[in-house]
Design a protein around this ligand. Sequence first.
Ligand SMILES: [Cu+2]
Length: 138
Amino acid sequence: MKRRRITVTVLLAGLLGGALITMAWGADLKTVQTQKTKDAVLALKTESGQLAKGKNSIVLEFTSPSGQPLDAGKVALSTSMAMPGMAPMVEGATLSPDKAPGRYVGTISFADSGTRQVTVTWDGPAGKGSTRFSVPVR
Ligand SMILES: [Cu+2]
């Protein structure tokens, strides 16, 4: 009986884990910010459409100006926040390519709320680029 209970527990944990992963990435993501450059359109997305203090799962999507997914190659995202009387607060994200072309996923943690200056850089087959924009962290 003990073995069966363990089996059921493991099975339930597996199902729950699978459901959570599906919820995290299968759910419709909401756009936090879109940013256009000469060569690319970037869309920063989260499940809530916002960034918040603490850990955030983020998706960054690149499309060409004509709307096709754009392989941006190596992508980095860093943020900076001006803090009165001290050095700017710098927080970055590690982004890795998702299965879908032009889609990058990662996490970023913010120690507090407030507006961040975001810098995204990329280096891929379509060329190098960078852009800056600001977003609120709630
Ligand atoms: Cu700060």
